[in-house]
Write a protein that binds this ligand. Structure first.
Ligand code: CTP
Length: 220
């Protein structure tokens, strides 16, 4: 039996929503497509998949165990519960970096001329798991508008990842919401490889195959 035929893969996907009051939240345009495509390809590879997803309009692939979450905090608790038993962890989620300090139980009325929101930083899920990892292969994503290489390499080191997969945002036809993307994989050994622009499904195939090859080529 090959080393990769029974891997357990934990994937985070989609946005988080940080509620201000019962009808308003802070979020971002992530659709979850990259994470769900990775889940599909990992299942095709024979891996088991735990998919922790923020609110998205996608059907989970057959065979994936879906853990729906809303806030960064709830995503953290779900990942925390699943991380120790995974072999591969891929965090594609666009986690909100800030959350309102106070949740107002009633809908806030527009009777003031302006309003200030006080925000607190959310826990960095990837960094926390990176610091805790034992044998897990941990892959982070980095969506960048500027200095892609420097920012991605900083995340690779600071979050103790095996790989960081970076994509440039703000370019027409790729990235958030699109079916296509272009990525560069920055690896712990200092090497990097670029793929695309192509479909997120094709990129998911490339990523899962590359992780699989890494496991096959690692001496046990
Ligand atoms: N991430 C996370 N928890 C957070 C923020 C980010 O797990 N609270 C993860 C994302 O899922 C992604 C990686 O960290 O895999 C990088 O996310 P990104 O938003 O690009 O970077 P940040 O660390 O949030 O830094 P910045 O927003 O300053 O670029």
């Amino acid at each position: 039996m090959s080393k990769t035929s029974s891997l357990r893969c934990l994937i985070t996907a989609g946005p988080t929503q940080e509620y201000i009051d019962p009808v308003r939240f802070i979020s971002n345009p992530s659709t979850g497509k990259m994470g769900f495509a990775l889940a599909q390809i990992a299942l095709d590879q024979g891996w088991s998949v735990d998919l922790v997803s923020g609110p998205v309009n996608l059907q989970e692939p057959d065979g994936a165990i879906l853990y729906p979450v809303v806030s960064a905090e709830s995503m953290y608790h779900q990942v925390d519960a699943l991380f120790d038993v995974c072999d591969v962890c891929i965090m594609t989620a666009a986690v909100s970096d800030f959350t309102p300090i106070e949740f107002t139980q009633h809908k806030v009325k527009k009777d003031t001329a302006s309003r200030t929101l006080h925000l607190a930083k959310t826990i960095d899920i990837l960094k926390t798991m990176g610091e805790r990892k034992q044998a897990q292969f941990v892959v982070g994503f980095a969506a960048e508008t500027d200095d892609l290489e420097a920012n991605a390499k900083a995340k690779l080191t600071n979050k103790n990842c095996d790989w960081v997969i970076a994509n440039q945002i703000g370019e027409e036809g790729i990235g958030f919401g699109s079916d296509n993307n272009a990525i560069t994989i920055f690896k712990k050994d200092g090497s990097s490889e670029t793929h695309g622009p192509t479909s997120k499904l094709a990129l998911a195939q490339t990523i899962i195959q590359a992780i699989s090859d890494t496991f096959e080529n690692t001496p046990s």
